[in-house]
Design a protein around this ligand. Structure first.
Ligand SMILES: Cc1ncc(COP(=O)(O)O)c(C=O)c1O
Length: 407
């Protein structure tokens, strides 16, 4: 049913002949590879109907507008939005988070208010809140992460008060892999009147996400981590929240009427899409969503649980290797960050690269989390739909080589 060998055939980058070592790509947490369907959809747009959207009264422009808006509906259905008007296209998850921090944040966060986030956030879901709090006299509080990589829920509950206006939390950590108890967080945050923003940059590509079932208020994610192109991201929010928010950027396309005295804003979602959008990228993202739907998000999640189970088992047998984050595959996603004795993660990564194994080394845009664990950097291997247990084996062989060379 979930035929990885067949999936691999759909990814040109994984099928390049003539290289001395085949590519073992273990960095999908940073950015996923792209299937032919996505590459060809973008190529077809440029070759056959390249034109601006929402403007031209001629055939190729209308075709481009239709394809652009069709992608929006696909994305809306993918996360079970109530309505396609709730899907705002941005450049990436980072821009989606900044959009909320500037537009909603400036209008709603006042002196004395509290924003809660966690110690395991990507900088994209941390710095915008620090900056918002600094601008408006609010405070940011961080839910602590335990040694085992879980959120300290008792500490979270102790932070809750009527001053809390926003809880901004990742739905899957890009470093520890942790999947926090989101339902519980949302219920408790709503009970004190706070809105909940989910950073879905890792969850949306890797597991089923249903915004209505979750009952969250905002969800931010990036196209390039879910088989789509770079340069396209999504902000979802409940329609009434978006309607009440002022525009983030202003200019063409986001207006209804403009005069020398002032302007009025376009309807949702275009109120938040100023200027010419990333048309080819939006179309590509729609094809990425089709591809994921064909595989089935439940199957994708199960494949990752299987591969993470195998990877944790194999990695635990490597001498001196320390894994961060939950030990149980059901509680984590496909990102596994680790240290290997005293060997610097950059050396580990470089030696693995010589074996054709691509991993990430560094702080993975989560510097405070690394500092908390007393580390400057870790090595991170991350898995997705096109990875197999043989990729784990190649990683382990590479790590043994690191030990032989450096330990
Ligand atoms: C959890 C998480 N949030 C946010 C981001 C930011 O995504 P982007 O760089 O696509 O804006 C990332 C990227 O790695 C991430 O892993």
């Amino acid at each position: 049913m979930f035929d990885v060998e067949k999936i691999i055939q759909d990814f040109p980058i994984l099928n390049q002949g003539g290289t001395s070592k085949p590519l073992t790509y273990l960095d999908s947490t940073a950015s996923s590879q792209k299937p032919t369907a996505v590459i060809e959809a973008m190529d077809t747009y440029y070759r056959e109907y390249n034109a601006n959207v929402h403007r031209g009264i001629y055939q190729i422009s209308e075709k481009a507008s239709d394809a652009y808006e069709k992608s929006r509906k696909k994305v809306g259905r993918f996360i079970n939005a109530r309505n396609w008007r709730e899907i705002i296209f941005t450049r990436n998850a980072t821009e989606s988070l900044n959009l909320v921090a500037y537009s909603w944040g400036q209008a709603n966060i006042k002196a004395g208010d509290v924003i809660i986030t966690t110690e395991m956030e990507h900088h994209a879901n941390l710095i915008p809140w620090q900056q918002l709090a600094a601008r408006n006299g609010a405070t940011v509080k961080y839910i602590p992460v335990t040694e085992q990589g879980y959120l300290d829920m008792a500490a979270f509950e102790a932070m809750l008060s009527p001053e809390v206006k926003l809880v901004a939390v990742t739905q899957m950590s890009n470093v520890l892999g942790t999947i926090p108890p989101i339902d519980d967080i949302i219920e408790k945050a709503h009970a004190v009147g706070a809105l909940v923003l989910l950073d879905g940059a890792q969850s949306v590509p890797h597991m089923p996400v249903d915004v209505q079932a979750l009952d969250c208020d905002f969800l931010a994610f990036s196209g390039h981590k879910m088989l789509g192109p770079t340069g396209i991201g999504v902000l979802w929010a409940r329609e009434e929240i978006l309607n009440a928010m002022p525009p983030f950027m202003t200019g063409g396309d986001m207006i209804k009427h403009v005069s020398f005295e002032g302007s009025t804003w376009n309807d949702l979602p275009w109120k938040f899409e100023a200027g010419t959008p990333a048309i080819a990228e939006v179309i590509g993202l729609g094809y990425a969503v089709d591809y994921l739907n064909t595989l089935g998000m439940d199957n994708i999640r199960q494949h990752e649980i299987d591969i993470v189970t195998y990877a944790l088992d194999q990695l635990n047998q490597v001498e001196g290797l320390r894994i961060f984050g939950p030990k149980t595959p059901e509680n984590r996603g496909g990102s596994i960050s680790f240290t290997l004795g005293d060997i610097h993660p950059h050396d580990v990564s470089a030696i693995l690269d010589s074996e054709g194994v691509a991993v990430r080394a560094g702080h993975h845009c989560a510097m405070p989390l690394h500092e908390k664990f007393g580390l400057a950097a870790t090595t991170r291997a991350s898995f997705y739909i096109y990875n197999t247990n043989s990729d784990v084996d190649r990683l382990v062989i590479g790590l043994d080589k690191c030990l032989n060379l450096m330990a």
